[in-house]
Design a binder for this molecule. Sequence first.
Ligand SMILES: [Zn+2]
Length: 248
Amino acid sequence: MSAHFATLLAWPKVKALASTGAVALLPIGSTEAHGPHLPLSVDVVIAEEVCRRVAARLDAKGVGSVTFPPIAYTLTDFAAAFSGTVSLQGDTARALMRGVIEGIAHAGFTRVLICNHHLEPAHFKLVHEAATEARASTGAKIAVADHRRRPHGPRLGEEFMHGGSHAGGYETSLMMAAAPHLVDEAARRALPDLQVDLPARIKAGAKDFLECGGVDAYFGTPASATAAEGHRLFEILAEVSEAALEGD
Ligand SMILES: [Zn+2]
């Protein structure tokens, strides 16, 4: 069985994998500003790395997997003011995600695991809605790993729960572990800490990162990020994601 990437396979192989019970993995991210030290692809890179680690865990248990190309465009209103951010309307994003999930299910995969790492609340809600719709239309088992939920969230650190989980110590550590060549180290080390309780600001009605006080599209403590912390976080994310497959 082992772990495969859909884009590298011819259709008969995809068909054979689906019919023997391989799990389909779908990474979801965004194309959005992540501070002056990280590229627009952060959420996609993180989602793909989580899928890679989940695939390795499944492989170790004798379960095959096929990772599909990521969804890299979605609703991202909070970062819309920054160059390079591309935001879709909610209905468009939901329809796109639903269509991709249904397409995967129609290929014969009965188990689909969605690994989303764009954490904007309005977007994550669309992910759950798209999965619910695709579940109803295809009958496939579609799991959405949601690492924000207890008991998982607190394991990802104080910044993740109450600070800037956007381009701060959390995401920057993950990027240093998964794709260090994409992190501008000089820019990262020069960034002052920006302590903002992002979830609380959003709850209080803030509509974008500027209203939250993030004039450079980052929050938290990028300067304190380390690759070792990133690897620790990835293992938790992979564990939580794999568990979602069991629980759904
Ligand atoms: Zn992000």
